[in-house]
Structures are given as structure tokens and as C-alpha cells.
Design a protein around this ligand. Structure first.
Ligand SMILES: C[S@@+](CC[C@H](N)C(=O)[O-])C[C@H]1O[C@@H](n2cnc3c(N)ncnc32)[C@H](O)[C@@H]1O
Length: 397
């Protein structure tokens, strides 16, 4: 475990040289023991801290700004907000609260602090955390920022906007119960009641309970990046008629594309027969409960009112869709025959609303051809259906 003393060493001239040396080692699974032994002969008890820092920096590339310079631990990296998402939140804070001083009350090693500092229009940034090692690391990563060791459940500043990101991993598993966060989610909301607060949390928490039982009346924003759902953010003081919001971030040709959809938009969509395409909405849209709203925006309709797959005659810009070649009853014999007739060799299987294990099904289908195809399995009413498809993608407009 990295200590405050280790951090001081890693920041010293000798430590910087030692990190340069360690960065030249493979530190791969098959060399790790020998590499750490070598570090130990040169740098004694600092060897584990050197190895962990170099390894974490390598894993942080693409996730943190200038990752090669960070001081961090494996666990802090796992918990850190990815740069693109943190930068997007910082820009929203600057837009909604121009000139605000922002206090990140669970700042850890500073991933959000760094992005706040890089965003124009923010008046000042304060960071605090209970963990002295992480604070020492944040002092290195977020140079020149006001940092203090403080309990997030005791207000310590008069900042205009508060940001919190309670830790939500227990024993390595994601946890979605409201009480399982550290500091507890509800306590954070209570502590800062009446002040603008953004709380990053797990996308799988129960928003219904949060509103009905704990009286949360702000906005829930679910964010995805490149198709993976990253987080939910609870905004306490945003009351612009929106309860649920999905933010879909995609990097296309090195540029950030953003699509936002909210429950203030119409959700008036039909249920009907399949069109030329089947579309699986982004996970942020599904988690935010905005599938119908997004369908209405793009002229799509539902195959079944309870299933998130959508259908239509065109794919929305920037979205991957599945061009329907054939609809087949969800019977393995019929599927095997239809796929063999299309010379199918590899098959991507998507499933919603029916109990099918894609890997097991793929094995049983015994595909022997050369063509890559997709299979969308779902139910319409009580009836299982399968669509043999070709995947397609429409360039963002
Ligand atoms: C998920 S991490 C925050 C990650 C940070 N947002 C980032 O992007 O790097 C949660 C942090 O909360 C801190 N923490 C836990 N309980 C706390 C409390 N009661 N007061 C202040 N910080 C606390 C932990 O030490 C940890 O650094």
C-alpha cells in the first residue's frame, strides 16, 4: 500500500529518477516478480510504490489528462472519472453556474479537479477527501489547488457548487444499494440540501426509491461514453422541468459528439411491425428510461411496448443499427436452417426480453459458413422472435 511517505519520495528528485527507471521495466505478469526484485535492490522499500505507480500510469493513458505524470493507485484509478466525462461535467457546471467556485468533497487523486481547472468560466476549485494519501497525490496531480483533509459530511466551504462522488465499490463488485456508498449517498444529499450539488453515482441505483422514499426532486443524468454506460449524476438544483436526462458521448474521428435527450421531450411513439432496421438504443437512454423519447425524436417505433429495441426505416446519425434480412421464429431448427442458407460463419447475438444465453446458442447453431451476420432475439407480446440482420452504421450528421 502506498503511504504518504512514499508519495513524498515519488515527488522528490530521487523519486522522479526512480520512476523513470521503473518506467523502463516491463512489469508484465511474467516479469513482475523479477522486476520488483530489481527495484527492491535499487530502491529498497519504495519498490512496490514505484511498480504500482508505473503500472497505474500505463493503465490511465486515455482515461486521465497527461496520465504519464500522475501519482495514483490502482484503486484510485478504478474509481476516477474518465477525462472526457469529467470535462463534460465541468463544462456543464461552468455553463450553468458561471464564475462559480466548485468544491469537490470526495476529490481522491483529483481527476475531476484537474478537469474543473482546465475549464474556462469556473471561478475557483477546492478539493477535499478523508484519505491523506490520495490528498497528497491530488496535491501533485492538481498543482496549485486548495486542498484540505475533511469529512464530506461536514460542510467546510461556502463554495457555490458542490461535487461529490461517493465510493461505490465493495469487495471489487459494483454496488447499487443506496446505503452502500462511502460516504452514504443520502447523507451527502442531506448535508448539502439547498445548495447546488452534483453527485456522481452508479447508473444502476434505484431512482424511483430515491425520489419516492428520500424526496430527491432534482435531475438524474445518465452518461455513456462510446456505448458504455459510465455513471449517473444527481443534480439537486436543476429544476428546468427535466427529471431524467441521458447524455450520450461518442468520440468520432477524434471529435467528441454529444447527444442529449430528456423527459421534457415527447414520448409519443407507436408500436408496430418491424421496419427495415432494428436499433438497440444506447445504454444511457435505456437506463434513464428515455427509450420512447429518443424513438420519437428520430421517427422510430417500438416492436413491443415493454422492450427497448426500436425499429424504423432509417438509422439515426452516429448510431449502429441492424438491417433486417429476415424474421425467423425463435426455434433453433428454423434458425440453423435460415443461417446456413445465408452461409453464416460468425454471428453477433443480441438478446432482450427472452432468456437465451448467446454463447450457448451460438455453439448449438454450429455455424460453418463464411458470412458475418447479426441475430437480434426478442419477444413481441409473448412470442419469441429472431431477426437475422446485417449490422450498419450511419455517419454522424
Ligand atoms: C470514488 S472516489 C472519488 C473519485 C474522484 N471523483 C475522481 O474522479 O478521482 C471516492 C472518494 O471518497 C473518499 N471518501 C470516502 N468517504 C469520505 C468522507 N466521509 N469524506 C470525504 N471523502 C470520503 C474516498 O477516500 C475516495 O477518495
Amino acid at each position: 500500500m502506498i503511504t504518504v511517505d512514499d508519495v513524498a519520495f515519488l515527488r522528490s528528485r530521487h523519486g522522479i529518477k526512480a520512476l523513470e527507471y521503473a518506467a523502463g521495466l516491463a512489469l508484465a505478469p511474467d516479469t513482475l516478480i523479477a522486476d520488483v526484485a530489481e527495484l527492491r535492490t535499487r530502491y529498497g522499500t519504495r519498490a512496490p510504490a514505484l511498480a504500482e505507480t508505473v503500472h497505474s500510469r500505463r493503465r490511465a493513458v486515455g482515461r486521465l489528462r497527461e496520465a504519464q505524470n500522475w501519482l495514483l493507485t490502482e484503486e484510485a484509478l478504478q474509481q476516477a472519472t474518465t477525462q472526457v466525462v469529467a470535462a463534460h461535467r465541468a463544462a456543464e457546471i461552468a455553463r450553468r453556474f458561471p464564475g462559480a467556485v466548485v468544491h469537490d468533497v470526495t476529490c481522491s487523486v483529483g481527476a475531476e479537479l484537474v478537469e474543473l481547472a482546465h475549464t474556462g468560466g469556473i471561478g475557483g476549485v477546492i478539493g477535499s477527501d478523508l484519505d491523506p494519501v490520495r490528498l497528497a497525490m491530488a496535491d501533485h496531480n492538481a498543482t496549485g489547488m486548495t486542498l484540505l483533509r475533511a469529512d464530506a459530511l461536514t460542510p467546510t466551504s461556502t463554495a457555490d457548487v458542490l461535487l461529490a462522488d461517493p465510493a461505490r465499490r465493495k469487495g471489487g463488485n459494483r454496488t447499487f444499494r443506496l446505503g452502500d456508498f462511502s460516504p452514504p449517498l443520502i447523507d451527502v444529499l442531506t448535508t448539502y440540501a439547498g445548495r447546488p450539488l452534483a453527485v456522481k453515482t452508479a447508473p444502476g441505483i434505484d431512482y424511483g426509491t430515491l425520489r419516492a422514499k428520500y424526496g430527491f426532486d432534482g435531475q438524474v443524468q445518465v452518461t455513456s461514453l462510446d456505448g458504455g454506460v459510465r455513471e449517473a449524476c444527481l443534480w439537486t438544483e436543476l429544476r428546468d422541468g427535466i427529471n431524467q436526462r441521458a447524455t450520450v458521448l461518442r468520440i468520432v474521428d477524434s471529435k467528441l459528439r454529444v447527444e442529449e435527450i430528456t423527459d421534457a421531450e415527447s414520448d409519443d411513439v407507436a408500436v408496430g411491425a418491424p421496419g427495415s432496421w432494428i436499433i438497440d438504443p444506447d445504454g444511457a437512454i435505456v437506463r434513464a428510461g428515455l427509450v420512447r423519447h429518443w424513438a420519437a425524436r428520430h421517427g422510430l417505433w417500438q416492436l413491443d411496448p415493454k422492450i427497448a429495441y426500436l425499429t424504423g426505416d432509417a438509422v439515426p446519425p452516429g448510431v449502429r443499427g441492424f438491417a433486417v434480412l429476415e424474421q425467423v421464429p425463435m426455434k433453433e431448427k428454423a434458425l440453423r436452417k435460415a443461417l446456413a442458407a445465408r452461409d453464416c460463419g460468425s454471428l453477433e447475438i443480441l438478446v432482450r426480453g427472452v432468456d437465451v444465453d448467446p454463447d450457448e446458442l451460438r455453439k448449438r447453431l454450429r455455424l460453418k459458413g463464411g458470412a458475418p451476420l447479426s441475430l437480434v432475439i426478442t419477444r413481441i407480446g409473448a412470442r419469441g422472435v429472431a431477426f437475422i440482420c446485417e449490422p450498419g452504421w450511419r455517419q454522424p450528421g
